[in-house]
Design a protein around this ligand. Structure first.
Ligand code: BGC
Length: 392
């Protein structure tokens, strides 16, 4: 059951999820009937991205650790912001059950599908548990169980963000051995995910990097063709709505002329902000035969001018929480601003002796110390909060 048009408008305009005391927690709050999502429409106009219990509990713990009373009060508000929950390993599929238990009918649960064989082939910080040749395990031990769980919850709406960085890495990092080795696993793995997760109560967005990645003039068409190829190999599943940009990223939505427009190579990239990237990449996708609507991560993009280079991706120092999830993007091609990366969780460890240490996490513009990717960094969370725009 969908919410009425009247409440739709109210929800979309509300941007921030309802205050926690209005959200029924740990109750069977799903819709009374099976949910059917029409992926030819923007479902974020009907559903609010759910403030999931996992991020809520991370934030609640963070609040306890803060002594300054003003900061504590604003930190508590972050728990009410909708964000995506990352199912980043086979073991973490277990997070699904608690997360699904308190999703009210007017909310959509955002999940990140993120466990491809040979994951994070161009970097080290998020290397995954499956080797590049373990595609069968990805299918049977990771995707299939998630499919079962979603099927068991037909009365809940789901927005799935499919495999951050994977297809973009095949487009631009094919010269790296690990990415070349991962090509089959990524393409067949993503196609399998799209095909298997093509359920009526699901909409899917495939990751497409950001303007500083596939937005280079020379990358737009190859990027679009790569996404379209995998989508078509999956049988063009109906519930694929489009793509996701700036996931765990830092780019401004519409800064003009753009944060890196003064760089010597800027003439090769006409997508100097995400808004332009979405506009141009959507056009390329349409030509390639792929559904061209986007969601854009604004979770940590409040402050610009912090990075030495556009490609600096790890725990950027000085960052702030950005615009709260909303369907009010001002661009028809952009369905919603979302919080993709849960702000406060690390992008990668700054410990040089760690197996997954990546030199990007040791750069001068990266916050130190930082724990392993996905682990909570209290100081970083407090920094994001202090630098938030809009403020909490
Ligand atoms: C990490 C994941 C984590 C996600 C969200 C990724 O960089 O590899 O383990 O769940 O970020 O914080």
């Amino acid at each position: 059951m969908k919410v009425s048009t009247t409440s739709v408008t109210a929800l979309a305009a509300g941007a921030v999820a309802a205050p926690s005391n209005n959200v029924p927690r740990k109750s069977a709050a799903a819709c009374a009937e099976a949910v059917t999502l029409d992926a030819s429409t923007n479902v974020f106009e009907q559903y609010t991205l759910h403030a999931n219990t996992f991020y809520r509990s991370e934030v609640e713990k963070a609040v306890e650790a803060i002594t300054d009373s003003a900061l504590k009060a604003s930190a508590a508000k972050v728990a009410d912001v909708g964000s995506f929950l990352w199912l980043d390993s086979i073991a973490n599929i277990a997070k699904f059950d608690e997360a699904v238990a308190d999703v009210p009918c007017e909310n959509i649960l955002g999940l990140v599908i993120y466990d491809l064989p040979g994951r994070d082939c161009a970097a080290k910080a998020s290397n995954g548990e499956l080797k590049y040749d373990e595609l069968d395990r990805y299918k049977t031990e990771y995707i299939d169980p998630i499919v079962e769980k979603i099927k068991a919850n037909p009365n809940t709406a789901f927005a799935l963000l499919i495999e951050p960085d994977s297809l973009p890495n095949l487009v631009t990092n094919a010269d790296k051995t690990a990415c070349a080795d991962s090509k089959t696993g990524y393409e067949e793995g993503v196609a399998y995910a799209l095909k298997s997760l093509n359920l009526p109560n699901v909409v899917m967005y495939i990751d497409a990097g950001h303007g500083g990645w596939l937005g280079w003039d020379a990358n737009l068409d190859p990027g679009a063709e790569e996404l379209a190829k995998v989508y078509k190999n999956a049988g063009s599943p109906e519930q694929v709505r489009g793509y996701a940009t700036n996931i765990a990223g830092w780019n401004s939505w519409d800064e003009e002329p753009g944060e890196f427009s003064d760089a010597s190579d800027a003439k090769y990239n006409s997508c100097q902000n995400e808004k332009t990237y979405v506009t141009k990449f959507s056009a390329a996708l349409k030509t390639a035969g792929f559904p061209e609507h986007a969601i854009v991560d604004t979770g940590r993009n409040a402050v610009t001018g912090l990075r030495e280079e556009w490609g600096d991706w790890c725990n950027v120092d000085g960052a702030g929480f950005g615009v709260r999830p909303t369907a009010d993007t001002g661009l028809e091609l952009a369905d919603a601003f979302v919080w993709g990366k849960p702000g406060g969780e690390s992008d990668g460890t700054s410990d040089e002796s760690a197996t997954r240490y990546d030199s990007y996490c040791g750069k001068p513009d990266a916050y130190k110390p930082s724990p392993e990717a996905g682990e909570w960094n209290q100081a970083y969370f407090e920094m994001l909060l202090k630098n938030a725009n809009p403020a909490f």
